[in-house]
Design a protein around this ligand. Structure first.
Ligand code: MN3
Length: 260
């Protein structure tokens, strides 16, 4: 849906989910570098395939957060007005003035304070157990941030997007827990959910769960990464319904084509 109202401060809060320490830039770049750098692929193929599959999805997540920020900022100013009347005066009080000064009221790879994302957020130790633990931690830190941002924003588009990310991020947290189980035998899934609240407390997340989106892992390739299915199998701990492993991508939706 389109936002009900232009909302610079909702947009500022949402930026944390894009360029914060636990934002989508971090998940995308962590898994991307871990996949490029992955050694011993023959022996550890299922883990390589899993990290690659999840990295592919994270590219879509930076896109969906960016479009949400653009939608929230659309209509906050009018074009072509006399500058002597300070037509952007309201933006002085916005939580994140970079949306108005450094961009055309659009998304940037920064957090909710306007601090830019940095590659220092990428962790790739060369030790698979440690990297999987890190990724599990990263997804759960991200989940906590999403739950707090949801509680801050009132816009329906913002909440729809956060609900979607809660469900898909939940898949990734469970996937890394199952990878740690497969690799070490430790029952990591018993730690879930972290934080304690379940996703179905959020109406928008519940809607996606009713579509089974919490049980599906996609490879984002017809032919590659098929051994990720060795890890993504069994049932979901929340509802005991079977996990689904899908060769390929989820169906997309048209991207917003906004006015200049
Ligand atoms: Mn994500």
């Amino acid at each position: 849906p389109k936002p009900s109202n232009p909302s610079p401060n909702n947009a500022a809060a949402i930026q944390e989910l894009l360029g914060g320490k636990f934002g989508e830039m971090s998940t995308l770049m962590n898994y991307t570098y871990q996949s490029f750098n992955f050694r011993g692929r023959k022996k550890l193929r299922p883990f390589y395939d899993l990290i690659c599959s999840i990295a592919g999805e994270e590219y879509g997540h930076i896109e969906v957060v960016s479009y949400t920020i653009n939608l929230l900022l659309t209509g906050t100013t009018k074009r072509g007005l006399d500058p002597s009347g300070a037509p952007m005066a309201d933006a002085v009080g916005a939580r994140n003035t970079r949306h108005f000064i450094a961009s055309g009221q659009s998304a940037l790879p920064m957090d909710s304070h306007g601090d830019f994302w940095t590659g220092a957020n990428v962790f790739n130790s060369g030790n698979l157990k440690l990297d999987l633990l890190h990724n599990f931690f990263l997804e759960l830190g991200a989940r906590g941030n999403k739950m707090r941002v949801y509680s801050m924003v009132d816009d329906p588009t913002a909440r729809e997007m956060v609900g979607y990310l809660l469900v898909r991020g939940g898949v990734h947290a469970l996937a890394y827990a199952k990878a740690l189980e497969a690799y070490t035998g430790v029952e990591v899934t018993k730690l879930l959910p972290i934080p304690d609240m379940k996703n179905d407390a959020y109406p928008e997340a519940k809607k996606f769960m009713q579509q089974g989106m919490h049980r599906k892992l996609y490879t984002f390739s017809q032919d590659d990464y098929r051994q990720a299915g060795i890890i993504w199998n069994g049932v979901h701990p929340d509802d005991n319904q079977p996990l689904e492993f899908i060769h390929g991508a989820m169906e997309g939706v048209p991207a917003p084509d906004l006015e200049e």
